[in-house]
Design a binder for this molecule. Structure first.
Ligand code: FE2
Ligand code: FE2
Length: 351
C-alpha cells in the first residue's frame, strides 16, 4: 500500500477521498506545518490557502529536498492563474482544482489511471433489449461507484427485469454468444454471470422475484471492481500476489459502494460481499463457513466461478461448458454439491 501525505486544512471530503483511493493508497491528513518538519515521502498533496504567503518560502526550500521522482500535487482554485503559477514556482509537479475528486487525484498520482467508467458505450446496440439495458446499467453503476455516488436502484431493477425477459425468451446460449463480444473483460463477466444466474434460477424453478434478485445481484456482484485500476483489473496476463491482494478487496468495496443506497434488501448486499466465500471456509473476505452462506449466495458463487471459466480473454481461449463444469465439480467441498449437480443442465444449455 502506498502512502500519501495530504498537507493543509482545506479538504472538505476526507472520508470520501479516503474511500476512493483505498484500493491503492493510504492517505494521511496532516497540518501544513508538519510538511516543514518531516521528510517528504513519494506522494504529497498540498491543499492550503495559497494567497497566504506565510510559509511559502520555507515550503519552497523544503520541496527542493524532496525525493527524486516524488509527486507533489498542489490544490488550487480553478479560476486562479495566480495560484497555479505560485504553486509551480514553489515546486509543484502537478496541479488539481478544488473540490478534490478521488479519480482526478488517482490519475495524477498513478499516471493516467483509466477506470471502467471511461468505457465507450457503443456495445450492445443490436443485441436485444436485455443486453443493451444491462450493459448501459453496468456502465452507470460502475461509474457511480467510482465517484462515490449512489447507483440508481430503479435503473438496476428495470435492467434486471429486461435480462430475465431476454434470457427466458431467447435462451442462455444466445445470451452468452452476445455478451462474449463485449470488449471489457469485467462487463463481459458481469453480463455472463447475470445470464447464468437467471437461467439457473429459472431451471431450479425459483420465484420470479428471486430470479430478479439473482439478475440484480449478477450485475452488482463485482461493482467493487469499480475502485480497482483498470491496469490490474484487465491485465492481459496472470496477476502477481500484490495485484491479487488488491483484487480481493472488491467484495468489501462493493458493500461500501452499495451501503449508501437506501432500501437495498440485505440479501442483495449479502450476495455482493460474500460471492467469493466457500463452504469450507477457504473463501474471502470473511472466511464464512457453510451454514453462514445463504442459498442465493451459493447460487451466485457457482454462476460466478462458471462465468469466469467460460469467458473470452485476450490471452486464453474460453473453456467449453463441459470443461468448466468439470472444474466446478472438482472444487468439491467449496461449493454446494446439490446445487452444482442442479447446475449441470444450465452448464450445457450455455454451449
Ligand atoms: Fe467477484
Ligand atoms: Fe465475479
Amino acid at each position: 500500500m502506498h502512502q500519501i501525505a495530504y498537507f493543509g486544512d482545506l479538504c472538505r471530503n476526507r472520508d470520501r477521498l479516503r474511500k476512493q483511493l483505498a484500493s491503492l493508497f493510504q492517505i494521511e491528513f496532516r497540518p501544513l506545518q508538519s510538511s516543514l518538519d518531516t521528510q517528504l515521502g513519494h506522494y504529497s498533496v498540498f491543499d492550503f490557502d495559497l494567497n497566504d504567503t506565510t510559509h511559502l518560502l520555507k515550503l519552497k526550500d523544503k520541496l527542493k529536498s524532496r525525493p527524486k521522482d516524488a509527486k507533489v500535487i498542489f490544490v488550487t482554485e480553478k479560476a486562479s492563474r495566480l495560484q497555479d503559477t505560485r504553486a509551480l514556482a514553489i515546486g509543484a509537479t502537478d496541479i488539481i482544482h478544488r473540490p478534490v475528486e478521488g479519480r482526478t487525484l488517482l490519475a495524477k498520482l498513478w499516471g493516467e489511471v483509466r477506470s471502467l467508467a471511461d468505457e465507450r458505450p457503443e456495445f450492445a446496440e443490436n443485441s436485444g433489449p436485455g443486453v443493451a439495458a444491462a450493459a448501459d446499467t453496468l456502465r452507470a453503476i460502475f461509474s457511480a461507484a467510482c465517484t462515490g455516488a449512489a447507483p440508481d436502484q430503479k435503473a438496476i431493477q428495470s435492467a434486471g427485469d429486461a435480462v430475465v425477459g431476454q434470457v427466458e425468451e431467447q435462451g442462455l446460449a444466445a445470451w452468452i454468444a452476445t455478451v462474449r463480444a463485449h470488449h471489457s473483460q469485467t462487463y463481459q463477466h458481469c453480463l455472463l454471470v447475470t445470464g447464468l444466474a437467471v437461467a439457473f434460477g429459472q431451471h431450479l424453478g425459483v420465484s420470479r422475484a428471486d430470479r430478479q434478485r439473482l439478475s440484480f445481484a449478477g450485475m452488482l456482484h463485482d461493482i467493487g471492481k469499480a475502485r480497482i485500476p483498470l491496469a490490474i483489473l484487465e491485465k492481459p496476463s496472470r496477476l502477481d500476489e500484490a495485484e491479487l491482494a488488491v483484487i480481493r478487496k472488491h467484495p468489501q468495496y462493493g458493500l461500501d459502494a452499495l451501503g449508501t443506497v437506501s432500501g437495498l434488501p440485505p440479501e442483495m448486499l449479502d450476495m455482493v460481499v460474500h460471492h467469493h466465500e466457500y463452504l469450507d471456509g477457504s473463501g474471502y473476505p470473511h472466511g464464512l463457513m457453510a451454514n453462514e452462506i445463504s442459498d442465493l449466495v451459493r447460487m451466485i458463487t457457482i454462476a460466478d466461478v462458471f462465468g469466469a471459466l467460460i469467458e473470452r480473454r485476450s490471452y486464453k481461449a474460453p473453456l467449453s461448458g463441459e470443461a468448466a463444469y468439470q472444474i466446478l465439480t472438482d472444487m468439491g467441498p467449496k461449493l454446494d454439491r446439490d446445487l452444482v449437480l442442479a447446475f449441470r443442465p444450465v452448464a450445457s444449455l450455455g454451449q
